[in-house]
Design a protein around this ligand. Structure first.
Ligand code: GCB
Length: 620
C-alpha cells in the first residue's frame, strides 16, 4: 500500500472513531463561572515532594505503589514511624518543603528550575461543609496531568495543562485536617497536546487557583447566555442534581428589568430565546458594556458578568455588531511581567499585560497564545474591551493519526469553550497553529472545527496556517493553499520573512502573496527579535532594536497591499521564556520577539506599531 493510501485510511479511521455529532465533553461538572461562585480558596501554602521515578504512582516492577512511597495516603508519617520502629516511609508530605500556590514549581527553588516530571503537592485545611450541600474541589489548571486524592480517597485524573476541572468531594471532607494531595506530572508525551517540543516554557504545577465550592444539592452547572446574530438573546441552562427535571429556572438581568422563567426538561435542561431589549448596550472595545446576569434555580443562585455582541463575516471583512472592524492586535503568552515569571496570572498581572496592548498599542484585539489562558485574562479582556482569539495547543508536531490524541484535543477544546463562551471578549476560536497539511491532520482539525460550531456557533472559527514559498521568479511568491481554509470563517497566517531566512527588509514589500480572497485574512504572527537596549542605528543587525523597528515598518507595508488583510497579532507583546533560545547575553533562555522586555521596557518597535494602530483606529 502506498504512503498516501495509508494516510487516507488513518484519516478515515479517525472519522469512524469519532462519528459526527458525538460531542466529547468534560468528564466532570462544568461549573460555569466557577470563579464567581462563593467558595473557600485553597491557594496559599502547600507542601511539595518531587518524584522523578514516579514511585508514588507505581513500584519499580510496575506493581501498585508501596506504602513507603504513596504520598496520597492519609497517614501521619512521623506518628506512624514513632509508633512502629519497623515502619518505613521514604516521604513525609507534612514535613516537605513549602511553596505558595498558584505558581509553577520552576520557581519554588533553584534546583526545581529545569525539573520536568511528577511533583506531589499537599494542602491541609479545615472545612465546614453545610448539611445537604455538595462540595467540589475545582482546579483552574494543572500542567500537564493531575491525579487528585482527598483524605486518602482518589477523586480522579485530568489531562491538559490549561483548562479547569472539578471533582465532587461530598462525603469525603471532614471538619478539620483535610488532606488534599495532587500528583502533577509536567512531562509531555508523543500524544500529548501540546507535544514535547514547543517554543515556550513548560511551567509544571498548579498554576491557577484551587477552590472548594459548596453548592445546593441541585445547582446550575452550565449556563450560556448570549446575543445571537439574528438579534435574539438566547440562554441554555443545565442543572445538575437529583431534582434537575421539571424545575423552574429564572433568568434575570436587573439593569435591563428583564426576568424570564422557563421549566427544565427531563434531562434538567432549559432553553430561552427572546428579542433583545431595546435598551441593551452592546459590548465593543470602545464601550465594553457588561451586565450582571443571574439564574435562580431553587436554592441555587448562579451569576456571571456578561456582555452582548455579535461577530460575523461578510465576504473578506469581519463585522462586529454588524460593522466592519479591523483587528489591531498583539499575541500574548500567559506569562506575567517581571524578571522571574512563574505563570501566576493574578487579576493585576493580567490587567498589566492587557493594558499594555489596549492603552499602549491602541489595540482592540489580542491573540491569547498558544493555549487557553487563565480566566483572569478573559475577565480583564471583557472589562478593558479587547476582542480575544483563544486557542488550544494543537501546535507543531501533533500525533494526528492517534485517536487518543484527538480525544484529548476535543475534550480540551470543549473545556475551553464551556469555560469561556459567556465571555463577551471571545471573538475567535482557533483550532491549530502551524500544522503541516496531511490527510490525518486535515481530518483531525476538521473535526475540531466542527466541534467549535456545535459548541459555539456565535463566534468565528480560525487556525494559524503555514504558507509555501517559491523563489524561482523575479520576486518571492508566498502561497497559502491549505485545504483546512474551507472549514474556517477566518484564515490566519504566521510568517517571518525578514527574520527567519535571508530576506532583506527593504525587499519585504515586494513579496507577492497568493491567498484566497473570499474570506478575511489575519496575520496571526509576524515578528522579529530584539534585546531591549541593544542599539545599532548605523547598520542595524538582527537583535538590535533598530532592526526590529524597521522589520515592523516594512512588514506593515507588505501586509497593507493584501486586499483581504483584516487584522494582525504580531509576535509578541512581551519577551517570554523559551528553552529553545540559548544565545548568551542576548537570549539567555528568552524569546526576544517581545515589543517590551520581560520587565516591560518598551523597544522602538512598540512605538512603530502603536502609531500605525493609532492611525488605523482613526481611519476606521
Ligand atoms: C512561531 C510559533 C511561535 C514561536 C514563533 C517564534 O511560528 O507559532 O510559537 O514562538 O514562531 O518566535 O519563532
Amino acid at each position: 500500500m502506498t504512503g498516501a493510501l495509508l494516510r487516507l485510511l488513518a484519516a478515515l479511521m479517525l472519522l469512524v472513531a469519532a462519528p459526527l455529532g458525538a460531542q466529547v465533553l468534560p468528564a466532570g461538572p462544568v461549573l460555569a463561572a466557577a470563579d464567581l461562585r462563593e467558595g473557600q480558596s485553597l491557594d496559599g501554602e502547600w507542601t511539595y515532594s518531587i518524584d522523578p521515578y514516579r514511585e508514588g504512582a507505581a513500584g519499580f516492577h510496575g506493581e501498585p505503589a508501596g506504602t513507603g512511597h504513596r504520598r496520597y495516603d492519609d497517614v501521619d508519617v512521623a506518628a506512624k514511624s514513632a509508633a512502629d520502629p519497623l515502619a518505613l516511609y521514604e516521604y513525609d508530605m507534612d514535613r516537605s518543603p513549602k511553596a505558595v500556590l498558584p505558581s509553577s514549581w520552576l520557581t519554588h527553588a533553584p534546583e526545581m528550575r529545569h525539573y520536568q516530571g511528577l511533583v506531589w503537592y499537599q494542602k491541609r485545611f479545615d472545612a465546614a461543609p453545610r448539611a445537604g450541600e455538595r462540595q467540589f474541589v475545582r482546579f483552574g489548571a494543572a500542567n500537564y496531568s493531575a491525579e487528585v486524592w482527598l483524605n486518602g480517597k482518589r477523586l480522579g485524573r485530568h489531562e491538559g495543562g490549561f483548562t479547569p476541572f472539578a471533582f465532587e468531594a461530598t462525603g469525603v471532607l471532614r471538619p478539620t485536617g483535610n488532606r488534599l494531595v495532587v500528583g502533577v506530572d509536567s512531562e509531555p508525551s508523543a500524544t500529548s497536546i501540546p507535544p514535547p517540543v514547543t517554543d515556550w516554557e513548560n511551567y509544571g504545577g498548579l498554576t491557577r487557583s484551587v477552590r472548594l465550592i459548596s453548592l445546593p444539592a441541585t445547582f446550575v452547572d452550565d449556563a450560556w447566555v448570549r446575543l445571537e446574530r439574528d438579534g435574539t438573546i438566547a440562554a441554555d441552562i443545565a442543572l445538575n442534581g437529583a431534582d434537575s427535571a421539571g424545575r423552574e429556572v429564572t433568568l434575570r438581568v436587573d439593569a435591563l428589568k428583564l426576568a424570564r422563567t422557563v421549566r427544565t426538561d427531563a434531562r434538567g435542561r432549559a432553553h430561552l430565546a427572546f428579542a433583545r431589549p431595546p435598551k441593551l448596550a452592546l459590548w465593543s472595545p470602545d464601550k465594553p458594556a457588561l451586565y450582571d446576569v443571574e439564574i435562580n434555580a431553587g436554592a441555587d443562585h448562579w451569576r456571571d458578568r456578561i456582555g452582548f455582541k455579535t461577530i460575523a463575516v461578510d465576504g473578506p471583512r469581519i463585522l462586529l455588531n454588524g460593522k466592519p472592524v479591523f483587528l489591531r492586535g498583539v499575541a500574548i503568552h500567559e506569562e506575567e511581567l517581571g524578571p522571574n515569571p512563574t505563570r501566576n496570572l493574578t487579576p493585576e498581572a493580567a490587567r498589566a499585560l492587557l493594558s499594555l496592548a489596549k492603552d499602549g498599542l491602541h489595540a482592540n484585539y489580542v491573540r491569547l497564545a498558544h493555549y487557553p489562558h487563565n480566566e483572569t485574562m478573559l475577565r480583564a479582556a471583557d472589562e478593558l474591551g479587547l476582542i480575544v482569539w483563544s486557542e488550544i495547543p494543537v501546535y507543531w508536531r501533533i500525533a494526528f493519526d492517534d485517536p487518543a490524541a484527538l480525544e484529548t484535543a476535543r475534550r480540551m477544546l470543549a473545556e475551553n469553550i464551556l469555560r469561556d463562551r459567556n465571555r463577551a471578549s471571545i471573538g475567535l476560536w482557533s483550532v491549530a497553529n502551524e500544522t503541516p497539511v496531511s490527510d490525518a491532520r486535515n481530518a483531525f482539525l476538521g473535526r475540531l472545527a466542527a466541534d467549535v460550531r456545535a459548541l459555539d456557533p456565535t463566534r468565528l472559527v480560525t487556525a494559524a496556517l503555514l504558507t509555501n514559498r517559491d523563489d524561482n521568479g523575479a520576486v518571492p511568491v508566498l502561497t497559502m493553499n491549505d485545504p483546512l481554509a474551507a472549514s474556517l470563517d477566518v484564515m490566519a497566517i504566521n510568517t517571518y520573512n525578514g527574520w527567519y531566512g535571508g530576506d532583506r527588509l527593504e525587499n519585504l514589500a515586494k513579496i507577492e502573496w497568493r491567498v484566497p480572497q473570499d474570506k478575511p485574512l489575519l496575520f496571526s504572527e509576524v515578528g522579529a527579535g530584539a534585546l531591549a537596549g541593544l542599539h545599532q542605528p548605523a547598520n542595524p543587525a538582527k537583535f538590535s532594536e533598530e532592526y526590529q523597528a524597521e522589520y515592523y515598518r516594512q512588514t506593515l507595508a507588505m501586509l497593507s497591499r493584501i486586499p483581504n488583510f483584516d487584522g494582525l497579532s504580531p509576535w509578541i507583546l512581551k519577551d517570554f521564556r523559551s528553552p529553545r533560545r540559548q544565545r548568551p547575553e542576548i537570549q539567555d533562555g528568552w524569546n526576544r520577539k517581545g515589543l517590551v522586555s520581560e520587565t516591560g521596557q518598551r523597544k522602538l518597535a512598540f512605538d512603530v506599531l502603536a502609531e500605525w494602530y493609532a492611525a488605523r483606529a482613526k481611519a476606521q
